[in-house]
Write a protein that binds this ligand. Structure first.
Ligand code: BG6
Length: 495
């Protein structure tokens, strides 16, 4: 069933997010017959564009970045008839009547009052000002139909996130606010819930009795990609751990939900965040590692170090790599370390989760070495490969009882082909349908900031002594390996 008639306003219409992600996602929804029968999209920005020039710019993005790439652009003209450009300055309150006028015009055209969606694809510092001006529109009091979508980063720290939440909730009801974390829209991330809660096979093992430790890797092979100005105020811990990685951790660690109701799922996730052990500032060095890349060679190409990047302070202490050990203090996870890491310019682009099972209680096989239990793993690959695999010991064919590690894999790519929607497709459809299950509630955002605040504050008050401390194409600083080695483990990299 298609969502109801909708008018979508994209602030930052001429910006990168719309070009690379939002319009390609909306166009794919259109091609897959998921867009409402009646809809309009208006890109808002300060730069002058005619509708035609705007369409051309967007088509270029679709051709380069849509999962269908050049395929099926034949319907572009049909789609683009729904898209217009609204030149206005988001800071100018007197321009906002253009929004109300367009909604009125579409309402007359559609013959129904449409959903009105405001997507704020703008720099974080512009969000409060735009949200305040939107809040003043009568339209925004319509709880059932008007929604606002806010991109990450949601605040800069606990206090600013709290202020932003206060501001938004003074103008919009919680059910109108959609805080996006695009990782939650990824097919393979959603599949974690199916794996865990649609099967009786895994759940009995999913706890401290059988799991030795968990690793979550979100490695990127790209560097800054021209985002120096943003990254200098963020760093890897803020950019990836506070949101994407903690959300994945919640999906892995949460208790079974009673239903798929948005608040039920979010309650279960917030319980995990609240149970993560708070570390004191003195413990930070034992639990967290930061890194920054140097110049060097990246797949045969010479690249500059972070401090030489455009828009970056030559003495910058910003982290481009972060690794943290978490504990969750509840019945299920007591004593099970969860190691997470992320970084720019690492050896591979690879996001995956590995559950390492505990050793069997007794070794009965003569050839089994003390280390063979380490092959007992469940690995969930989020991207670029999308699969779930179980590794275990099996008998090597032959006359002797010797064992080898083997693997059983479910390849999500194979079943999905190129039909798998991209994260932004799923999330934009959810916004049109008013389903907030995959979006962050205000208390989740707060709880996630609380988890990383001691690390952030300690790192900010104690400058690193050894930056830059890892080379492009590596797996990050040596200290990240030492973090696991102290517990007798090593990071698991996929081939
Ligand atoms: C964004 C971060 O949220 O996620 C980027 O700001 C990062 O720095 C990106 O590169 C990674 O997303 P994906 O979907 O490519 O893993």
């Amino acid at each position: 069933k298609r969502p109801p008639a909708s008018v979508i306003f994209i602030f930052g219409g001429s910006g990168d997010l719309n070009y690379r992600k939002l319009t390609p996602a909306l166009y794919n929804l259109f091609l897959d017959n998921w867009m409402p029968d009646k809809f309009a999209i208006a890109g808002i920005g300060r730069s002058p564009y005619s509708d035609e020039a705007f369409h051309e710019h967007l088509l270029d993005g679709v051709t380069k970045f849509s999962r269908r790439k050049g395929k099926q652009n034949g319907h572009w003209t049909e789609f683009s008839q729904h898209v217009s450009y609204l030149q206005m300055d988001g800071d100018d309150a007197s321009a906002y009547h253009k929004i109300t006028d367009l909604v009125k015009q579409k309402e007359d055209e559609f013959g129904v009052h449409p959903n009105v969606i405001f997507y704020l694809a703008v720099a974080p510092q512009l969000v409060p000002s735009i949200a305040t001006k939107l809040g003043a529109l009568k339209l925004c009091a319509e709880k059932g139909t008007t929604r606002i979508v806010v991109e990450k980063p949601f605040g800069h720290d606990l206090e600013s996130a709290h202020d932003l939440n206060m501001l938004l909730s003074s103008m919009f009801a919680e059910e109108q606010i959609f805080r996006i974390d695009h990782y939650l829209g990824k097919e393979t991330v959603q599949n974690i819930l199916a794996l865990r809660f649609a099967n009786a096979l895994f759940e009995p093992l999913w706890n401290r009795n059988y799991i030795d430790h968990i690793q979550i890797t979100a490695a990127e092979s790209v560097g800054l990609e021209g985002r120096g100005g943003y990254f200098e105020h963020a760093g890897a811990l803020r950019d990836m751990v506070q949101n994407h990685i903690l959300q994945i951790l919640c999906m892995i660690a949460m208790e079974p939900p009673v239903s798929f109701d948005a608040n039920e799922i979010r309650n279960k996730k917030v319980d995990v965040l609240n149970a993560i052990r708070r570390i004191s500032k003195d413990q930070v060095r034992d639990y967290a590692v930061r890194g920054q890349y140097s110049g060097g060679w990246k797949k045969g190409e010479k690249v500059v170090g972070y401090r030489e990047e455009e828009g970056v302070d030559p003495q910058s202490n910003i982290d481009t790599f972060a690794a943290v050990k978490f504990y969750i203090d509840n019945w299920r996870w007591q004593g099970v370390p969860i190691y997470v890491r992320t970084g720019k310019y690492l050896n591979q682009k690879a996001t995956h989760i590995t559950l390492q099972f505990k050793p069997a209680p007794h070794y009965a096989f003569p050839s089994e070495s003390a280390e063979s239990w380490r092959s007992n793993l469940l690995t969930i690959s989020i991207q670029p490969s999308m699969d779930i695999s179980i590794s275990f010991q099996a008998k090597r064919p032959g006359q002797t009882m010797e064992l080898d590690p083997v693997k059983m894999t479910f390849d999500y790519d194979e079943v999905a082909g190129d039909h798998a929607p991209e994260a932004y497709e799923t999330l934009l459809l959810d916004v049109m349908e008013g389903n907030a299950t995959l979006f962050m509630r205000n208390d989740q955002v707060d709880a996630a900031w609380k988890v990383i605040t001691p690390i952030l504050e300690t790192w900010e008050s104690r400058p690193p002594q050894n930056f830059p401390n890892y080379a492009p194409d590596s797996w990050g600083p040596d200290a990240a390996d030492a973090l696991l080695a102290r517990d007798g483990h090593t990071w698991i990299n996929l081939p």
